[in-house]
Ligand binder design. Structure first.
Ligand SMILES: [Fe+2]
Length: 436
């Protein structure tokens, strides 16, 4: 890519190395049928299948269970996974794992399902007080003591990339804030990414998960350089969110090219199986990318947006309470953020815009924030997405609450390419209210 190896120039106190975390994943139409054989190869005899009530009714569960039956593997299904999980829902999922005495796990669903399965695997394998492994300073941030049981992740949406990451995100109810558990040991052993699944997804889900994938790739490319993140006390404590690096650049760049080409087609035409399959692949690549670099402001700000929503209900998502899909809560902040972060690494913003399909001929570094923001807004309009936070019920009266809801996410905010103050955040949210 055109970017700038000077971005990774060594600094006095910064890290002097980065870790490449590749994933073992299988991609291809119909590959979900491999679940039984893959489980057998991993030594599973009794499997806990994790899913949610919505996915339970869909063909992928039948495909997986038939495949396990054919391989002679015993299983039990847990379909109580909560969309946007909480510590309580993680604990309930763990109880099922403890009672089931499983020797392996298969998750079939979106990010909530895969993350819940990761947590159930962790706490049933290494029982501990819930906050033990939760990111500091909210939790103790203790390292996971050893390997977990094998876990085969089977995503049913084209977005979260959770099959490729060692991250499990949840709402900690006591403080009404999102946090997570992060460890390479949490990463699924393998994944089956079957694009056949994407054929029947509602367009609203393809849009919000697709924008999530786009954001993973963009935040990877525009994040702080790994060489500017403080060196860990021991190399083994290098965080998963290690900052942008040459490997994450390469993968994110590839993902962005596919998303630029296929996102709008995949959303607007359910019969465009090529576009939907390519988005499945792009989402996995974007997951590998941010799993190796970390996210920054759009994700950090999204947690306040999803936590403070009062009245919005997204079609095809749970309707019993106000709900903003994760990808929507992220991308609505994105154009405002890139107008702000472009000054820190304009070449990267320009490269990202070009890769998404923007015509940036003749653009100067000072135009780079606008070029990238403009391209994201173009995609939002082309998919009939909400045009900003006011479209989902927020107003300038919410600015203080949005800032205060974001401020505790320092771990994510520090991954931004420039420092962010409370006042900056306020302006970023103000800038995200209405794009057209
Ligand atoms: Fe995300």
């Amino acid at each position: 890519m055109g970017c700038c190896h000077h971005y990774f120039a060594q600094t006095t106190d910064g890290d002097n190395a980065f870790t490449i975390d590749a994933s073992t994943l299988t991609f291809g139409a119909g590959c979900l049928k491999e679940a039984g054989d893959q489980a057998k190869a991993l030594g599973m005899m009794k499997v806990g299948i994790y899913t949610d009530k919505g996915v339970r009714k869909l063909p992928p569960i039948e495909t997986v269970t038939s495949s396990l039956d054919a391989a002679g593997i015993d299983y039990a299904i847990y379909d109580e996974v909560k969309v946007e999980p909480t510590d309580e829902s993680f604990k309930a999922a763990t109880r099922f794992a403890v009672e089931g005495k499983f020797d392996g796990f298969i998750s079939v669903g979106g990010g909530s399902v895969m993350d819940t399965c990761k947590a159930a695997n962790l706490y049933s394998t290494y029982p501990a007080d819930f906050l033990t492994y939760v990111n500091a300073p909210i939790g103790a941030g203790k390292p996971i003591p050893g390997s977990l049981k094998p876990h085969i992740a089977c995503p049913t949406t084209s977005g979260t990339g959770s099959e490729a990451t060692g991250v499990a995100i949840f709402d900690l109810l006591a403080i009404k804030s999102k946090t997570g558990i992060q460890s390479r040991r949490l990463k699924p052993t393998t994944g089956l990414i079957d694009p056949e699944i994407a054929r029947t997804l509602p367009s609203t889900i393809v849009a919000s998960t697709g924008f999530d994938a786009m954001s993973h790739a963009l935040e990877t490319l525009t994040g702080v350089s790994y060489a500017r993140r403080a060196r860990p006390p021991r190399p083994s404590l290098r965080p998963l969110s290690q900052g942008a690096n040459p490997f994450s650049d390469t993968v994110a760049f590839e993902a962005l090219g596919l998303i630029g080409k296929y996102l709008v087609r995949a959303v607007n035409d359910a019969s465009d199986s090529e576009a939907r399959a390519e988005m499945m692949y792009a989402a996995t690549l974007a997951g590998i990318a941010f799993g190796n670099a970390g996210c920054h402001l759009p994700h950090g700000m999204s947690y306040a947006v999803s936590g403070l929503v009062r009245e919005y209900h997204a079609p095809h998502y749970p309707q019993h309470e106000p709900f903003v899909p994760h990808g929507m809560s992220v991308v609505l902040n994105a154009p405002s953020v890139y107008r702000f972060t472009a000054a820190a690494c304009p070449d990267r913003h320009l490269d990202a815009a070009r890769r998404l399909g923007a015509d940036v001929r003749g653009a100067a570094p000072k135009d780079s924030g606008e070029a990238l923001s403009g391209q994201i807004i173009k995609f939002m309009r082309a998919t009939k997405f909400p045009g900003g936070l006011t479209s989902i019920g927020f107003s300038e009266r919410d600015l203080d609450a949005l800032v205060e809801g974001t401020w505790p996410q320092q771990r994510v905010l520090r991954n931004a390419p420039r420092e962010v103050t409370r006042d900056d955040l306020r302006e970023l949210f103000r800038g995200a209210m209405a794009y057209w």
